[in-house]
Design a protein around this ligand. Structure first.
Ligand code: ZN
Ligand code: ZN
Length: 211
C-alpha cells in the first residue's frame, strides 16, 4: 500500500512496517501524550479524563495518518487487519481487561461507511488475547461527527450524552478500542458512560495518538 512492493497476507511490507512512526518516548500513562519523565501530563493533572490508562501504538503522523484516512474514508477497509496487528503489538504488555468494546459509531454513520473501523481494529486484538469483544454494551445515540455547525458548548453537551450503556459493567475492567485519539473527548465521554454503568477501570487502546 505504501511502496508497491509485493507482500503476502499484509497491506504493508516488513520494511514499511519497520519505518512507521512508533511511539518510543515516555508517555503520559493516562492519555498517552509524550511527556519528559513518564508522569502525568499537565492536562491529566488539571482535568483528568474518565479513562484511567491509555496505550497508543503509533503517532498519528504520515504515512500512518494517510493509511488510517484511506481505511476510514476511501473504502480501503482491507488495511484494517494489518493496522489491527500493529495495535496488538502496541498493547501486548498492557494489563488484560475483562472485556473489549470498540468505540461505537452512530448507526447512521455505520450505515454510510459500511463498517466500524474500531471494531475491525479490535478483532485482531481480542482474538489472540482471548478477550471477549462486546458490541452490545455501549451505543452511540448522537451523531457527534455531524455537528460542525454547533457552538463548542453545544458540541460538548452533545458529546456528554452521546453514549448509552445498555447494561451494567459493575466491577469490570473495560478497554475501549479506537483508531485515533485526538482530543480524547469521545473516549472520555464513552469512559464516563461506562463508569456510570459501574466499570471499575476503563483503559483506552488506540492505534494512533495525535501529538
Ligand atoms: Zn513497503
Ligand atoms: Zn495525559
Amino acid at each position: 500500500m505504501l511502496c508497491a512492493a509485493s507482500c503476502k497476507n499484509s497491506a504493508l511490507c516488513p520494511n514499511c512496517i519497520s519505518h512507521l512512526p512508533y511511539l518510543t518516548q515516555a508517555l503520559c500513562p493516562q492519555c498517552a501524550l509524550p511527556v519528559h519523565d513518564g508522569g502525568l501530563c499537565a492536562a491529566c493533572l488539571n482535568h483528568p479524563p474518565a479513562f484511567d490508562f491509555s496505550y497508543a501504538a503509533l503517532a498519528y503522523t504520515a504515512p500512518l495518518s494517510h493509511l488510517i484516512i484511506a481505511a476510514k474514508f476511501s473504502g480501503h477497509w482491507s488495511l484494517l487487519p494489518t493496522l489491527g496487528q500493529l495495535l496488538l503489538q502496541g498493547v501486548i504488555n498492557a494489563p488484560r481487561p475483562d472485556l473489549i468494546i470498540p468505540l461505537p459509531l452512530h448507526p447512521a454513520r455505520l450505515k454510510e461507511r459500511g463498517y466500524n473501523q474500531a471494531y475491525e481494529l479490535a478483532k485482531p486484538v481480542a482474538k489472540p488475547l482471548q478477550l471477549p469483544l462486546r458490541l452490545d454494551i455501549l451505543e452511540r445515540r448522537i451523531n457527534t461527527e455531524h455537528q460542525a455547525r454547533l457552538s463548542q458548548a453545544a458540541r460538548h453537551k452533545n458529546m456528554h450524552k452521546a453514549f448509552y450503556a445498555t447494561q451494567s459493567v459493575a466491577g469490570k475492567h473495560v478497554v475501549i478500542v479506537d483508531d485515533v485519539m485526538t482530543s480524547g473527548s469521545s473516549l472520555h465521554a464513552a469512559a464516563s458512560c461506562l463508569k456510570q454503568a459501574g466499570a471499575l477501570r476503563v483503559d483506552a487502546w488506540v492505534l494512533a495518538r495525535a501529538l
